[in-house]
Design a protein around this ligand. Structure first.
Ligand code: FMN
Length: 341
């Protein structure tokens, strides 16, 4: 469990302390990894050791990657990173709703810029997990120039990611979600496909109307996306009475919505591209359900904050038991089993 006293600190202060702890943890030889062939998969030419990923936003600047890998994550998504450093929105901008195991954040892509993160990633030892690089646009870049912002960030980071994620779905950069349209995603993925053969993902918001969402995903895939990540945080404040009126909600209150959107995405695209489920996942039962719905892997963020450093190992251990109960010998066999019936 996360020590209770951490919750007495302002959220970003607590995060800074955890960052220090994870940097030290990363220098120690041991960890919580649970290598198990039943959990491992080959996806898109990449070796994924287990199906639990860390969602973007926890390690924005790639300062904790080694420590996080010791916690057993199969994939760590750094970022969101932008081509230039930027401070993000004014603080306070992260709020806890402890009784609801939920968070609300309006960070606004605070990050030290793609170049710093790339330098860190270039100097890492070989890691037993995948590294995803999540890219966004700078707040002061007009939408009309957004493509070149993504292009610069991608070009700067081409050597360091196993896969790349285009984030058009954060609610905390003004008008960013307007880029979730057919023309922009076509241009974006066409541009990116010309620059790298590495897998490209689109991360989507849970707040789009179903048809528009599916059309945007379809276009992204046509233009070169190899995967979809559903979902980012929600601005549906009806989900949390008393929520603030800015910032995205995550954790338990997002669970139903993120799962419903993932179900729609999976129904339309399972078997065509790799699917990643994120939003309100807090235990093995839920992770396993989304895997059976079609996720090749899942990501967690808010449940990691509330449950602490052992969550990833715990979920992986429990998934092994769930596979055995279902008579399956690997996660790979479970992926999309619910779609195939
Ligand atoms: C404090 C905070 C910061 C986040 N920052 C990012 C980000 O920079 N980029 C991104 O794509 N998603 C970001 N997210 C969204 C998460 O990656 C994830 O999609 C969302 O929180 C839902 O997962 P969860 O319910 O497990 O937290 C952030 C979430 C939180 C709580």
């Amino acid at each position: 469990m996360t020590p209770k006293w951490l919750f007495a600190l302002e959220a970003e202060r607590a995060h800074a302390l955890v960052e220090c702890g994870l940097k030290i943890w990363g220098k120690l030889p041991h960890g919580f990894r649970l290598p198990n062939p039943a959990l491992a998969q080959e996806i898109l030419g990449l070796s994924l050791p287990n199906p639990i990923g860390l969602a973007a936003g926890f390690d924005k600047n790639a300062t904790m990657v080694v420590g996080l890998s010791h916690l057993g994550f199969g994939a760590i998504e750094v970022g969101t990173l932008t081509s230039k450093a930027q401070p993000g929105n004014p603080k306070p901008r992260v709020f806890r709703y402890i009784d609801k195991q939920s968070l609300q954040n309006s960070m606004g892509f605070n990050n030290a810029g793609i170049k710093k993160a790339v330098q860190r990633l270039e100097n890492l030892p070989p890691l037993p997990c995948l590294i995803g690089v999540n890219l966004g646009k700078n707040k002061d870049t007009p939408l009309a120039e957004a493509l070149s912002d993504y292009e610069k960030a991608l070009e700067a980071s081409l050597g360091v990611g196993d896969y790349y994620v285009f984030n058009l779905s954060s609610p905390n950069t003004p008008n960013l979600r307007d880029l979730q349209n057919e023309d922009f995603v076509s241009e974006l993925f066409s541009m990116a496909k010309e620059r790298t053969h590495k897998p490209l993902f689109l991360k989507v918001a849970p707040d789009m109307p179903r048809d528009a969402l599916l059309v945007v995903c379809e276009r992204a895939i046509k233009a070169g996306a190899k995967g979809l990540i559903a979902t980012n945080t929600t601005i549906d404040y009806s989900l949390l009475p008393g929520a603030r009126t800015s910032g995205g909600l995550s954790g338990r209150v997002l669970h139903d919505k993120a799962k419903a959107v993932f179900a729609e995405v999976a129904e339309a695209f399972f078997g065509k591209v790799i699917l990643v489920a994120v939003g309100g996942i807090s235990d093995a039962k839920e992770a396993y359900e989304r895997i059976k719905m079609g996720a090749s892997f899942v990501q967690i963020f808010t449940s990691f904050i509330y449950q602490g450093p052992a969550i990833c190992r715990q979920i992986n251990q429990d998934i092994v038991k769930l596979l055995q109960q279902d008579g399956l010998s690997s996660v790979h066999e479970a992926v999309g089993i619910g779609q195939k019936r």
